[in-house]
Write a protein that binds this ligand. Structure first.
Ligand code: CO
Length: 148
């Protein structure tokens, strides 16, 4: 009886934290063009998934800006090119472009932002995240994996 109460109490406290951890991830980028992750697992069970992104470098947005853009792997290069044309004023992200699943703000050293999306949008394809600042996408990129 007493043991059951302890188990129930443990579940009560543990469950919300597990859920929150499953539906968000902490991503960083630095002045050496490095994300700290090459792959992010996204649970199908999440109604929405959040990437909390922090620029841990010191350089300004105009010279070492980073963002997190999500597209199909096959769309990455074309979206990246369109982003360069969209320019700094648009955070190097093409506006109203259906190929962009989600995109964060473009940030500089010491700043943080986040990007949220519906995991259902990743069904049935290979998706990636990348930084759309000119010249960064070939290095600052990783896979998004939809998992149970
Ligand atoms: Co960047």
């Amino acid at each position: 009886m007493f043991k059951n109460i302890l188990v129930a109490a443990a579940l009560l406290f543990a469950a919300p934290q597990v859920f929150a951890a499953d539906c968000s991830v902490e991503l960083t980028g630095n002045d050496q063009l490095q994300f700290n992750k090459k792959s992010i697992e996204v649970s199908k069970a999440c109604e929405s998934f959040t990437i909390n992104f922090k620029h841990i470098g010191k350089l300004a947005r105009e010279v070492m800006g980073h963002d997190v853009v999500i597209t199909k792997a096959a769309d990455k290069d074309a979206v990246n090119t369109a982003g360069m044309q969209a320019g700094l004023a648009n955070g190097y992200v093409p506006q109203d472009d259906g190929r962009v699943v989600a995109a964060s703000d473009l940030i500089g050293g010491g700043e943080s932002t986040s990007v949220r999306f519906d995991p259902k949008k990743l069904a049935g394809g290979d998706y990636v995240f990348f930084c759309s600042f000119p010249g960064h996408a070939s290095i600052m990129t990783g896979n998004l994996k939809l998992v149970d």
